[in-house]
Write a protein that binds this ligand. Structure first.
Ligand SMILES: [Zn+2]
Length: 396
């Protein structure tokens, strides 16, 4: 089928009709949501994530989007869909295709709606948000909406921080040139959205000393445990509550027996930070701590095992939030709160690309990443209408 041409002249859209069309398609939206939840697509299931991407591809191509994928060997492919001339400033709509759940979860715990709550793997995080995005676009485009070029960005390995793909870098490249971004991530029952998220990094610190018998020749030993203990105190002291930087040496180990001077010791450190500058400060200090020693002849080594970028708070994102909050209230949606949260998302990479972004505009609910996860059914229509209103009225 030939993709419909996007007209150059902006067409005024009757938002009331779009809202009505969304309400009329509520059952179709629920069906799509169910389809997306009932097929396993955990981050480690490349085939499942790629199948989910092809479903979304078919939907978006029927709306005139040009769809392509960044393909990766060891991770789900990253769907990019464009409509209009995206060489000009465009709106970026962000989400992800993967969930945290293992294979078999969809069969064991399929999509259900009970007492206004929708459950099933990824119902909240974030098949609901993907559904909101697809239907807001569908109804707008069928009503003639063409005021802005739009780019949909759906990576397939968000929940594992893009550790075995180039999706983080690809995302920054794809987002460059966007006027603004909206992430349809998990939202909250209190109607808040997110303008700031902490980054997270995990380090493993290993110390090697010299083993010896604790009774026969303790003077020949160099305790890796004593050295590690001294390092842990210095590591803890890097916490800066004022800047929101915390370090937690959450796991330690070492030694082989009480009557032996420990030859080896290790710890794992969780670091949370609000800015890239803080991450750099902490990483450099940790390297110094690792390589300098109190106990002579001991040697430390530090490995960064995982890192999720921080979504830094920017004036641009705050201003964008004010605009969409005004649009929301103009159309009778409840006022939103802009908050900072500890958990990460791909919005960080849009901020890195210099794009103002508001995150958590998807369906509302609680307990994501657990089997207790649920989404509020009523928020599906509400958030689809809100996204439609934003796309019709946002001025940047
Ligand atoms: Zn998510």
């Amino acid at each position: 089928m030939k993709a419909p041409e996007v007209k150059a002249v902006p067409v005024p859209v009757n938002l009331g009709q779009v809202f009505a069309a969304l309400a009329a398609e509520k059952q179709l939206m629920l069906d799509t949501w169910q389809d997306l939840v009932n097929s396993d697509c955990g981050s480690r299931n490349k085939a499942g994530v790629d199948a989910c991407g092809r479903r979304v591809q078919v939907f978006l191509e029927s709306l005139g989007f040009r769809v392509r994928f960044h393909e990766y060997e060891k991770a789900g492919n990253f769907l990019v869909a464009e409509r209009g001339d995206t060489s000009k400033p465009f709106v970026a709509l962000l989400g992800h295709l993967d969930t945290v759940f293992p294979d078999g979860e969809a069969a064991a715990r399929p999509f259900t709606v009970r007492d206004g709550r929708v459950a099933g793997p990824g119902a909240l995080d974030m098949k609901g948000g993907v559904t909101v995005m697809l239907y807001a676009l569908k109804e707008l485009i069928e009503a003639g909406w063409n005021r802005l070029p739009v780019k949909v960005l759906l990576p397939g390995d968000e929940e594992v921080g893009h550790g075995s793909s180039g999706a983080a870098e690809d995302l920054v490249r794809e987002a460059k040139g966007a006027l603004c971004g909206f992430n349809l991530e998990t939202s909250y029952p209190d109607n808040s959205v997110v303008v700031e998220r902490k980054g997270a990094a995990f380090f493993r610190l290993e110390v090697k000393g010299i083993g010896a018998h604790a009774g026969n020749n303790p003077q020949d030993g160099r305790s890796a445990i004593v050295e590690l203990a001294s390092k842990i105190l210095k590591i803890s002291a890097l916490t800066d509550w004022g800047k929101g930087t915390t370090l937690n040496p959450g796991m330690v180990g070492g030694g082989t027996a009480a009557n032996a001077i420990a030859e080896k010791a290790w710890c794992v450190i969780d670091v949370r930070y609000r800015t890239e500058a803080e991450f750099e400060r902490v990483e450099s200090a940790l390297r110094d701590i690792a390589t300098s020693s109190l106990v002579p002849d001991t040697h430390g080594s530090l490995t960064l095992t995982c890192r999720l970028a921080a979504m830094e708070r920017t004036a641009g994102s705050e201003a964008l939030f004010e605009k969409i909050n005004a649009i929301a209230q103009r159309h009778g949606f409840p006022a939103m709160l802009a908050k900072a949260v500890g958990g990460g998302s791909d919005s960080a990479y849009l901020v890195k690309a210099g794009v103002p972004v508001v995150c958590a505009l998807g369906v509302k609910g609680e307990f994501n990443h657990t089997v207790r996860e649920y989404a509020l059914e009523s928020s599906l229509l509400e958030r689809a209408r809100l996204l439609a209103a934003i796309l019709c009225e946002i001025e940047i």
